[in-house]
Design a protein around this ligand. Structure first.
Ligand SMILES: [Zn+2]
Length: 333
């Protein structure tokens, strides 16, 4: 999936369903920059991901979001075997000419806090990007936050007032009791200065986790959400209708998880990333429409959720830009 194609159905959905809805100014709070050269030569993960630097990202955004103005919160790709240091430095150099974009430093439990501190000071990282893939327990599905982001690292983030973009692990994501207890303890007792951005609607790809957890999440201070990759209307609607919309940020997860024709499909409480099925690529089915990019599915879900929740235009503008402007202290340009 290292090529992104834009098809006629994408163009029609943009023009007829999205063009009038998407604001001019956009801050994308979930973007990965990556190059395969960060992996060892024969690593099997090579060619799994789109090589994405600033130029490629901007070029694609021009096609997917014609006429829009973008800034970003960027991090590298949290892959085992990858050269984390090189990926972090790549993000730094790529964003040198984007004063209103921000970056998180990839961290693994092996990263020394003094190195993180030095990088934050030297390169102006605003936060950290840990990932469950690096869990010290070896269980990437059922690990707790502390298993892939160490307490000394959280202490540093707390001292420096850093952001942490958090992809929650554990089967039930934000509805998991242990995750909720940890978040409540960290935000109200141990690390009150950390600003958490819970990726993928607090990792709620179906109706269920947010429906279960939203009444507790909305009480937790210092958390925000990015809406990246979630193409389920009910998850987006629960967030928009039950949370303070000022805590919600637009994010895409391009080009890691959202630049393919397909979507994140909810099947009950199960969900999975599903690309275009083979049979749908043939023309003998009952429509001449083709599947659209997952990023457009996400935007359609958000649009429909916003309609259901009766969001006003200025609230939609807040999600796409103004909330990030305030949070990251962006300058008017
Ligand atoms: Zn991501």
């Amino acid at each position: 999936m290292n090529q992104v194609f834009y098809n006629e159905s994408d163009r029609i959905v943009w023009e007829e369903d999205l063009e009038d809805f998407i604001p001019y100014k956009i801050f994308d709070a979930h973007v990965h920059f990556w190059d395969d050269s960060f992996l060892p030569l024969k690593d099997p993960q090579r060619n799994n991901f789109v090589n994405s630097d600033l130029q490629i990202t901007e070029r694609w955004n021009k096609q997917m979001f014609p006429g829009r103005d973008f800034d970003y919160l960027v991090f590298g790709m949290p892959l085992a075997n990858a050269d984390i240091k090189a990926n972090n430095e790549f993000v730094v150099s790529e964003l040198a000419g984007k004063p209103n974009s921000r970056k998180n430093r990839l961290v693994t439990p092996e990263c020394k806090t003094e190195d993180i501190y030095n990088d934050v000071v030297k390169y102006n990282f605003v936060g950290m990007k840990p990932y469950r893939q690096f869990s010290t327990t070896g269980d990437i599905n059922q690990c707790r936050i502390q298993d892939f982001l160490t307490h000394p690292q959280m202490e540093l983030a707390n001292e420096m007032g850093l952001f942490i973009t958090l992809h929650l692990s554990r089967y039930h994501g934000c509805a998991d009791e242990q995750n909720l207890i940890d978040l409540e303890e960290y935000t109200t007792k141990k690390y009150p200065n950390i600003k958490w951005i819970l990726a993928h609607c607090a990792r709620s790809f179906t109706y269920w986790p947010l429906q279960k957890a939203i009444n507790r999440l909305r009480q937790i201070p210092n958390i925000w959400y990015d809406i990246s990759a979630v193409s389920d209307v009910m998850a987006q609607y629960t967030l928009l209708s039950k949370e303070d919309h000022r805590r919600i940020l637009y994010g895409s997860d391009n080009f890691t998880a959202n630049a393919f024709h397909g979507r994140y499909v909810a099947m009950g409480r199960f969900w999975y990333q599903i690309g275009t099925p083979e049979y749908a690529k043939k023309n003998n089915i009952h429509t001449n429409s083709k599947p659209i990019l997952a990023i457009y599915e996400q935007l359609l879900a958000f649009k429909h959720a916003a309609q259901l929740a009766q969001l006003r235009t200025e609230q939609i503008n807040d999600v796409f830009y103004n909330n990030a402007k305030k949070l990251f202290d962006l300058k008017s340009m």
